[in-house]
Structure formats: C-alpha cells, structure tokens
Design a protein around this ligand. Structure first.
Ligand code: NAD
Length: 270
C-alpha cells in the first residue's frame, strides 16, 4: 500500500475504506476486517456515522497489527467548540477502543466555532493523544481565516472530490500550504459509472471505472476513501497500484469538472 507523508512526518496510506452509511455492528465490523485482511491499512469513520464501535471491533479482529493501521474519525458539528470537542474526542476513543486515533478531523467549518474546535485538536495533538490533526470541508476562505491564528497547522483537508468536482485551485492551495488533500465521495456515490470518457478509459486500460478514478486520485497525490461493503468491490477498489494513466488521460479526467456536488456545499451547510 502506498503512503503519503503528512507535514509532521506521519505516513498515511493513500487508500482507505470509507464507512459512511455502513451499519453499526456486524456489517461495519466485517467490512473493516475484510478490507484490512485484504490489503487496506486505512479506515475513515466519523462520530456522525454512528459506527465507531464496529470499526474498532473490525480493527481488533483483523489479523493486522494496530501499528500498521491508520484510523480517522471526526468531531461532528453539534460537538464543536473547545470543551465539547475534547469531550467528543474522549467518546470517540471509548467507542473505538483501539489505543489511539491516527487522524482527528473537524468535520465541517461550523461558523463561529471552528477556531475553538481547532484549539482543542491542537491540545489533543500536543498531548500526544492523536498522531495527526486536520480539517474537512474547509474551502480556501475558511483556511485563510483559520491559519493565521493556529499554533499547529492542519495536516489534512478532506473534501468532496471526483471527476465532476475537481477543485483544482483548492488542490493547489492545499499543496502550497503543506496540507494533504483527501477525497471523499471519490466515486460520486456511484455517479461516475455512466460517464462516457471513463467507459473509454476503462476499456483502454482493462480496468474498471472505479479503478480508473481511484488511480487518477492517487496519481495526483490525493488520498482517497471509497466506500463499499461488498467484498468483491472492496478488493477491486484496492487494485489500483499495478497500472498508470498517461498524462493526457489524467488531464482529460480533470477536464470533466463541472463544479457539481453530490454532497452539501460547505458555505451553505454550516
Ligand atoms: P463513494 O463515492 O465512495 O461511493 C460509494 C458508493 O459507490 C457505494 O454506495 C457503493 O455501492 C458504490 N461502489 C463502491 N465501489 C464500487 C465499485 N467498485 N463498483 C461499483 N460501485 C461501487 O461515496 P461516499 O461513501 O459518500 O464517500 C466515501 C467516504 O468518504 C465515506 O464512506 C466517508 O468515509 C467519507 N465521507 C466524508 C465526508 C465528509 O464530510 N468528510 C462526506 C461524505 C463521505
């Protein structure tokens, strides 16, 4: 599994399993264990997903040592602010029960609160309770507002990213700031499968459409966390390290961009 190096030197596996809408209990537990036993080393959950307990069980039940696994969770919007975020982190730790959390994210830039939430993440990081900290759904203006007041800079920004929402300038901005860009809904929640160019590239490379898009992510240095609970698809989504898209095809996928979201717009949502 390929890693990206975060600004603090921590290695983050470039591919992870997303578990939004994966049901707490057996479903998430089995998906997580299956993914880990089949090459994944990174799991992306959140308090909102209400499946941290099963994620933790899946991690413990897998045959992979804890130190080889990277687990992300996030503070939900209702829990933001300094004290609330610290309490939410404690609850996530209890839910997961896996010794430590690798990456803790501010899930959305909740107006009037995200700076205080960030101060809590800085404390958790300084106290050594989490290996890396970051944000999610922060547009450039949110980062421009946050960064001047921070002591520790976000190491990751997790954003909606797929062929219809490329956000090139935000990608470049994050890169310039040393913030790792990570794609959520990389498969557009299933919406990529009818895009003609991707069908053509799938035939050209002998790879599935999902593999083409996930390869485009990792070749751009973008971490990616496709969701599936289906064993065949979990495996398929991980088989992206044995081929390379040529420069023209990489660019052609970038050019599919329509600025079209499948999830909420951060400026409207919070
Ligand atoms: P996704 O783009 O990963 O799409 C998932 C859907 O695609 C699933 O319903 C699955 O049925 C289908 N699928 C997966 N692999 C396939 C394959 N190989 N062939 C055909 N269909 C396939 O959507 P997502 O779950 O919204 O995003 C991925 C992860 O990102 C989430 O699970 C979550 O961890 C994270 N996320 C984060 C935020 C945030 O605000 N930070 C928001 C949404 C999602």
């Amino acid at each position: 599994m390929m890693n990206v190096t975060l600004a603090n030197g921590i290695q983050m596996p470039v591919l992870g399993l997303g578990v939004w809408k994966t049901t707490e209990g057996a479903e998430v537990e089995e998906a997580v264990s299956f993914a880990l036993n089949n090459g994944y080393r990174h799991i992306d959950t959140a308090t909102l997903y209400r499946n941290e307990v099963g994620v933790g069980a899946g991690v413990r039940n897998s045959s992979i040592p804890r130190s080889d696994i990277f687990v992300t969770t996030k503070v939900w919007n209702d829990d933001q602010g300094y004290g609330n975020t610290l309490r939410a982190f404690d609850q996530s730790q209890r839910n997961l029960d896996i010794d430590y959390i690798d990456l803790y994210l501010v899930h959305w830039p909740v107006k009037g609160k995200y700076k205080e939430s960030w101060r809590a993440l800085e404390r958790l990081y300084t106290e050594g309770r989490v290996k890396a900290i970051g944000v999610s759904n922060f547009l450039q203006h949110h980062l421009d507002d946050l960064l001047p007041s921070v002591e520790i800079r976000p190491m990751v920004n997790q954003l909606e990213h797929h062929p219809y929402l490329v956000q090139s300038s935000l990608q470049q901005y994050c890169k310039a700031q040393g913030i790792q860009f990570e794609a959520w809904s990389p498969l557009m929640q299933g919406g990529i499968f009818s895009i003609p160019l991707l069908e053509t590239l799938s035939a050209k490379y002998g790879k599935s459409i999902a593999q083409i898009v996930l390869r485009w992510n990792v070749q751009n240095g973008i971490a990616t966390i496709p969701k599936s609970v289906t064993p065949e698809r979990i495996i398929e989504n991980s088989q992206i390290f044995d081929f390379e898209l040529d420069a023209a095809d990489m660019q052609a996928i970038d050019q599919l961009d329509k600025g079209q979201r499948v999830g909420p717009d951060p400026d409207v949502f919070c």
